[in-house]
Write a protein of this length. Structure first.
Length: 455
């Protein structure tokens, strides 16, 4: 047997070693690839199995809804949440039916303090106070006038995303053509009436009014400004027939039937049929009305008319400085399935989502800090809307619609509408109208108080 040289042995050993290294390297690579594929497959499987929570959101129809949902999906808090809007069930009757059947929405809208009471009497709403603490929401950052839309017996049950204090919209061109100075913060009812009479126009040939000086859809603000109220503070009596309320309502009535400076309901319909658009909101945009008392939600309609030259002023004052506010609050049912996820979406709507309110003109944000932002006070896309601070100034004097816990809002509104229609048709005087409204509502209040005592 031939003995090989040590150098040759080293060469052979090295060759064998290199082969094994290559072999194990290939095995290691293959193992790594297989392991990586397995991990990827597991990750994909895990991704596929991630549970998605679907939020049932009952809300009114509006162009901003799709932007609110799209904005939420861009927010990190939306992970694993899908929002399903329901715009067909947006009324208390339908919502209460869903809650009582055990199939409630996760988030829904409430449009008045009276409706808030309706849900509270059923103990249907979730107390949001713990969520406020968790998300460090400052209740002082919401307008004081919104408390009736948010609170019940000291606890928070809803958060508004927007609100609309009423201001005076005016057509600058109509004022210029009539040689009238624009409204300002010093205007009183007397100034409003004189301007409204001068701005009202009539066709001499047909005798038909073609333009009115003012449109205000309800007398609430005038009644409050004159010291009147609908109810006593405890809600146990309707006092809409007080001397203060009667005087203000007669003044409001005379705008229509004595001075002819404000259209009657039938004249509103007539103007709408002759190019005034659909309903009273469009009369100002169609330049059929020179002044309109309304909230900032009106801006969405006005922006459609690119040639309309308009601006806003504070509402003229009476004995007291008061304006009206309307709002929408979002609440979570106590028995809903996805409370935590619903509040995440709600927190977005009252947080970053309020920039959509700022841009759209759909009222003003409910949070004071957002209202004071430069984006709201002067929007670069709408530089002509340079008096937005007036909305904020008016919020100090804003008052939510009145209600009594002893009569349903539906019943009270029905009585009001029935009697007021008789008044507009001149079948009864303004004083008789308020007397009848008070008598009918007080009868229901007394019946309900008696039932409560029996319990």
């Amino acid at each position: 047997m031939a003995i090989q040289h040590p150098a040759n042995l080293l060469e052979v050993s090295g060759a064998i070693m290199r082969k094994w290294i290559i072999f194990f390297g290939v095995i290691s690579l293959l193992t790594g690839l297989m392991s990586g594929c397995a991990k990827k497959e597991k990750a994909e499987a895990k991704k596929e199995n991630v549970s998605v929570v679907k939020i049932h959101w009952v809300v009114g129809s509006a162009p901003t809804r799709k932007y609110e949902i799209a904005g939420f999906y861009k927010d990190p808090s939306s992970k694993g949440i899908v929002v399903e809007p329901d715009m067909r069930s947006d009324n208390p009757k339908a919502i209460l039916s869903m809650i009582e059947s055990g199939n409630p929405p996760d988030l829904f809208s409430i449009y008045s303090p009276a409706d808030m009471l309706l849900y509270m009497e059923k103990e249907a709403l979730l107390d949001l106070s713990p969520y406020m603490r968790r998300y460090k929401l400052d209740p002082g950052n919401f307008w004081t006038a919104l408390k009736p839309y948010m609170q019940y017996k000291g606890k928070v049950y809803g958060f508004p995303s927007n609100c609309s204090p009423f201001v005076l919209f005016y057509n600058k061109k109509m004022f210029d053509e009539s040689g009238i100075l624009y409204p300002n913060k010093h205007w009183t009812w007397k100034d409003l009436l004189e301007a409204a009479k001068k701005l009202t126009k009539k066709d001499k040939k047909t005798g038909r009014y073609t333009q009115f000086g003012l449109l205000s859809e309800d007398p609430d603000m005038f009644i409050w400004q004159n010291g009147g109220w609908y109810y006593t503070k405890d809600g146990k009596k309707c006092i809409i027939n007080s001397p203060e309320a009667k005087w203000a309502f007669r003044w409001y009535y005379d705008l229509r039937f004595t001075h002819n400076a404000m259209p009657t309901p039938s004249e509103v319909q007539s103007l709408s049929a002759h190019g005034g658009g659909d309903g009273s909101l469009n009369l100002f945009a169609a330049e059929k009305v020179a002044m309109f008392i309304q909230g900032r939600g009106m801006v969405r309609i006005l922006r459609k008319n690119k040639i309309l030259d308009w601006n806003i002023a504070p509402v003229p004052r009476g004995k007291h400085k008061v304006t009206k506010i309307v709002s929408r609050t979002y609440a979570i049912p106590r028995n809903c399935k996805h409370k935590y996820e619903a509040f995440k979406f709600l927190n977005y709507l009252i947080g970053p989502g309020q920039y959509i309110i700022v841009k759209s003109g759909d009222g003003i944000p409910s949070r004071i800090s957002m209202c004071n932002s430069k984006e709201f006070l002067l929007d670069k896309d709408f530089p002509e809307e340079d008096r937005n601070k007036i909305y904020l100034d008016e919020m100090i004097y804003a008052r939510a619609p009145e209600y009594s816990p002893y009569v349903s809002e539906i019943e009270a509104n029905r009585i009001w509408q029935e009697e007021i229609n008789l008044c507009w048709n001149k079948k009864q005087s303004p004083d008789e109208t308020l007397n009848k409204i008070a008598a009918r509502i007080n009868k229901i209040i007394q019946q309900n108080l008696a039932k409560k005592k029996q319990k």
